[in-house]
Write a protein that binds this ligand. Structure first.
Ligand SMILES: C[S@@+](CC[C@H](N)C(=O)[O-])C[C@H]1O[C@@H](n2cnc3c(N)ncnc32)[C@H](O)[C@@H]1O
Length: 314
């Protein structure tokens, strides 16, 4: 299996853009109470990337606290270290290279061990979760922010000036199920891992298991009042100037996973033709609306979860 290198420009860009408005401030505040965060905690972030979870939760644990980011990518860690100079005040932030399957910490090290969009990319998520439990102190907290992207693919989207047919939604969802099966089979992880984590935590002996879902409703409409909507509008504008290289890369990966999931070449090409023509229609209908500020779109819930559990007191 060819592993993804998240420091590659197109992947890093995706992480940065998606995280600009991923969780709302008041949701994070509510979660910090729900998780029982306190100042001075020692925190491990597995697959930390640029350290997003660190700066997001810092004000709830960072006063005399310690954040330890671990990632396999040396180049992301370097960048994360440099960014942390802007947010890790009053406590300590460190970054080290390490493997989620073999964390570079002793047993019972952290008060809180967390990850975000890591388990969804791993071939053996249970093994990584077991490592997260190992390095957490008895009574300590384990949290996983992970999606259920397969369910999200079947949702109804409401656009200005264009109807997506029921048949299109059903076909898309069916293709997604096959694609995700292939993705998993090839060792790239479970695209709907979030719905399995509560039981994984139970099997690892965790207690106080609970799960919440990101409460953001995804919509954008004039007059584009919130920073989030402004950002979506900007990204949609950019998407009209398609990056051919990027598109080719996604198409290749799509085909590989779809075939591995048991899909046939003929249905892949049928689907591709239908999707290409929908994308072209989308471009034609929406480009002007986006330019003249009349575009609207609502695609509902985000299917992004935060699952928590506690290591039993020995
Ligand atoms: C989608 S990114 C998420 C980054 C960060 N958690 C965030 O939410 O911004 C996944 C990260 O996991 C890291 N990763 C993937 N497999 C890993 C492994 N086996 N051990 C350590 N890190 C890993 C990647 O390098 C990447 O930075």
């Amino acid at each position: 299996m060819q592993e993804k290198d998240w420091s590659e420009e197109h992947l890093k860009k995706m992480i940065v853009e998606q995280r600009k408005h991923m969780w709302r401030d008041d949701t994070i505040e509510m979660y910090s109470k729900w998780m029982g965060l306190r100042q001075g905690m020692t925190v491990v972030d597995v697959g930390c990337g640029l350290g997003y979870l660190g700066w997001t939760f810092w004000k709830f644990f960072g006063d005399s606290g310690e954040y330890c980011g671990v990632d396999q990518s040396v180049s992301l860690l370097e960048e994360a270290r440099s960014i942390s100079e802007d947010w890790a005040h009053g406590g300590k932030a460190s970054f080290q290279q390490g493997d989620a399957y073999e964390l570079p910490f002793p047993d019972n090290f952290a008060d809180w061990t967390m990850c975000q969009t890591l388990l969804m990319h791993l071939e053996f998520p249970e093994k990584a979760l077991a490592e997260m439990v190992r390095v957490t102190k008895p009574g300590g907290l384990i949290t996983c922010n992970e999606p259920d992207n397969i369910s999200a693919s079947g949702r109804v989207v409401h656009f200005s000036g264009m109807e997506i047919s029921d048949e299109h939604i059903i076909q898309n969802h069916k293709m997604m199920l096959i694609w995700a099966r292939g993705r998993k089979k090839l060792g790239h992880g479970d695209y709907s891992i979030a719905v399995k984590i509560p039981m994984m935590m139970h099997d690892l002996g965790l207690v106080e298991i609970d799960s919440r879902c990101n409460d953001t409703c995804n919509f954008v409409q004039p007059p584009y009042e919130t920073p989030r909507q402004k950002n979506i509008l900007e990204m949609t504008k950019k998407s009209f100037d398609e990056d051919e290289e990027n598109n080719k890369r996604w198409q290749q990966e799509y085909r590989e996973f779809f075939l591995a999931g048991g899909g046939s070449l003929s249905s892949f090409y049928r689907h591709k033709k239908r999707n290409d023509s929908t994308r072209e229609e989308f471009r034609q209908v929406h480009k002007d609306q986006v330019e003249n500020g009349t575009w609207h779109c609502c695609w509902g819930a985000s299917s992004f979860f935060c699952i928590k559990g506690r290591k039993i007191q020995s």
